[in-house]
Write a protein that binds this ligand. Structure first.
Ligand SMILES: Cc1cc2nc3c(=O)[nH]c(=O)nc-3n(C[C@H](O)[C@H](O)[C@H](O)COP(=O)(O)O)c2cc1C
Ligand SMILES: [Fe+2]
Ligand SMILES: [Fe+2]
Length: 412
C-alpha cells in the first residue's frame, strides 16, 4: 500500500509494512496467516519527519519505504528528523539501511534510547536525546511534543504528539496483532474486522504488554492531559473515529493484572493417556450447570500465545494435567512459566490431574505459582483412572469454581 493521509489536509501520512513473512513475532508469538502491521508515519511540514521505522528484511525493505515516500512526492533525503519512540528492532531494524539512504536525517529519541541506538546499530552521530515533555517546532504550525512512557514496552519508550492535528503516535501502546487488510483506519473496516482486531489486540496485549500493565495505566493517565483526536499506534488500526474505544480497551486489559478479570473460565488441559481428560470433562459438566462461559484449550496443541490471551481476560482457570517425572506435565509447566513472565495474577483456580504412583505435580505446581496471587480450590488428584466418586467430586469442584467466578462483576 502507498502512504495514506491520516486526516484530510493534515499532511500526516501512514506508511509502514504489513508483515506476513514472519511466523513468530519476537520469535515466540504466532502471527502466521494474519500477519502483523508495523506502522510508521510521515509528517510533512517545513521540516519533514518520519516517526518510527520498520524491521529489517521481510516487508521492511528499503524499496518499500522509498516507494511509499514517492507516493507522496518525497525523496528519502528530504527527511529531516527520524523520531524513534522505541528501540525494539520491529521498529528500528531498518535503521542501518535508513542511515545509508538518509545520512542527514537527525535521529530523535529519549535519553535512554540514545545508548540503545549505539548498542544495536553502532550509530551515535546525529542522534539527539529529547527530554520528557520537550517540544520541537517543525514549522507550518506543527509542533511535536515528546512524552516518556517508560516500560510500554521497554524502559526507553516514549510517545510523540502533534499539537495542531492532535494525533498521538503511541508506538506499542494501543497496538494489535493482525495485518491491515487494506483498511487502515477504524472507520474503514467492517464489524467482523473489528471483532478480529479486538481479539488480536487482547492477544497482543497479553503477549507483549501485559506485565507492564501498571506502566500502561500511568501512561494513559499522562495521556489524559492531552486532547487526543487520533491514536496512531505502531501496530494495528489507526483510531481516528473512536480513539476512546482502544483507550478504554487498554485500561480494561491493564486492570486485569491487578484484579479478577471477566466472569468466565479458561480450562487449560493436557494429558498423556486420557486419565486427566476424563476428569476435565466432569469439571466442565459442573461449570456448565452454573452457566458460566468457558473456553477449553489443550496443551501443547494450543499455542501458549492463545492460552495467555484467554487466561488474561478470565477470572477463573482450571489447570488439568498429570504428573510427569515427579513434576508438572512439561507443556503445562511452559504455560505456567509464561504466566509468570506475563503476570497472570488474581485468578480463581481449580487444579485437577492423575498420577501413577506417588505423584509430584501438585507440589511442583504449588512452587511454580507461589507468587501468582491465585486463589486455589482443590486440588483434586487421583491415582490412575478417576473413580466414579472422583468424577462426582470433580463436577462439584467445577460448579464451586463457577459459582465463585459468577460473583465477579463484568468489566465490559
Ligand atoms: C513419562 C512419564 C512420567 C511419569 N512420571 C510420573 C511420576 O513421576 N509420578 C507419578 O506418580 N506418575 C508418573 N507418571 C504416571 C502418570 O502420571 C499417570 O500415568 C497418569 O495417569 C497420566 O495421566 P494422563 O492419562 O492424563 O496422561 C508418569 C507417566 C509417564 C508416561
Ligand atoms: Fe515493543
Ligand atoms: Fe512493536
Amino acid at each position: 500500500m502507498g502512504a495514506e493521509e491520516v486526516l484530510s489536509g493534515s499532511k500526516v501520512y501512514w506508511t509502514g509494512v504489513n508483515d506476513y513473512t514472519s511466523d513468530l513475532f519476537e520469535g515466540i508469538w504466532p502471527v502466521g496467516e494474519y500477519g502483523v502491521s508495523i506502522n510508521s508515519y510521515i509528517i510533512k511540514a517545513e521540516k519533514t519527519v518520519l516517526i518510527d521505522l520498520v524491521k529489517a528484511g521481510g516487508g521492511g525493505s528499503s524499496e518499500n519505504l522509498v516507494d511509499q515516500l514517492a507516493s507522496i512526492d518525497l525523496e528519502p533525503e528530504e527527511i529531516d528528523y527520524l523520531v524513534l519512540n522505541h528501540l525494539e528492532p520491529d521498529h528500528t531494524g531498518f535503521l542501518s539501511s535508513f542511515r545509508r539512504i538518509c545520512p542527514n536525517a537527525e535521529i530523535i529519541t529519549s535519553k535512554k534510547g540514545v545508548p540503545l541506538v549505539k548498542a544495536f546499530y553502532g550509530i551515535s552521530e546525529n542522534v539527539k536525546a529529547v527530554e520528557d515533555g520537550e517540544t520541537l517546532d517543525i514549522g507550518d504550525g506543527k509542533q511535536l511534543v515528546f512524552a516518556y512512557i517508560p516500560n510500554v514496552h521497554w524502559p526507553e519508550t516514549m510517545v510523540t504528539y502533534e499539537t495542531s492535528t492532535k494525533i498521538l503516535f503511541s508506538c506499542d501502546a494501543f497496538g494489535s496483532f493482525g495485518a491491515l487488510k487494506g483498511g487502515i483506519f477504524d472507520d474503514e473496516i467492517l464489524k467482523e474486522d473489528h471483532e478480529f482486531f479486538e481479539a488480536e489486540s487482547l492477544r497482543y496485549y497479553a503477549n507483549i504488554v501485559g506485565p507492564f500493565s501498571n506502566s500502561v495505566l500511568k501512561a494513559i493517565e499522562k495521556a489524559g492531559g492531552l486532547d487526543i483526536k487520533v491514536i496512531a499506534p505502531s501496530h494495528g488500526l489507526i483510531w481516528r473515529k473512536n480513539p476512546e474505544t482502544i483507550i478504554n480497551r487498554y485500561v480494561r486489559y491493564a486492570n486485569y493484572m491487578n484484579d479478577y478479570a471477566e466472569p468466565k473460565i479458561t480450562v487449560i488441559w493436557g494429558t498423556m493417556y486420557g486419565n486427566t481428560e476424563i476428569m476435565m470433562r466432569s469439571v466442565l459438566r459442573g461449570i456448565a450447570k452454573e452457566k458460566v462461559k468457558v473456553d477449553v484449550l489443550k496443551v501443547p496443541e494450543t499455542d501458549v500465545s492463545y492460552v495467555l490471551a484467554k487466561a488474561w481476560e478470565s477470572a477463573g482457570l482450571v489447570i488439568a494435567m498429570p504428573t510427569y517425572e515427579y513434576k508438572i506435565f512439561p507443556p503445562m509447566k511452559y504455560v505456567l512459566d509464561i504466566f509468570d513472565y506475563k503476570h497472570v495474577w488474581h485468578k480463581k483456580v481449580l487444579r485437577v490431574g492423575s498420577f501413577g504412583w506417588s505423584g509430584g505435580a501438585e507440589r511442583h505446581f504449588e512452587q511454580t505459582i507461589k507468587n501468582f496471587k491465585w486463589d486455589c480450590i482443590g486440588p483434586l488428584e487421583y491415582q490412575g483412572a478417576p473413580t466414579e466418586e472422583d468424577l462426582k467430586k470433580g463436577e462439584q469442584l467445577g460448579a464451586e469454581l463457577a459459582k465463585e467466578v459468577k460473583q465477579i462483576p463484568p468489566k465490559k
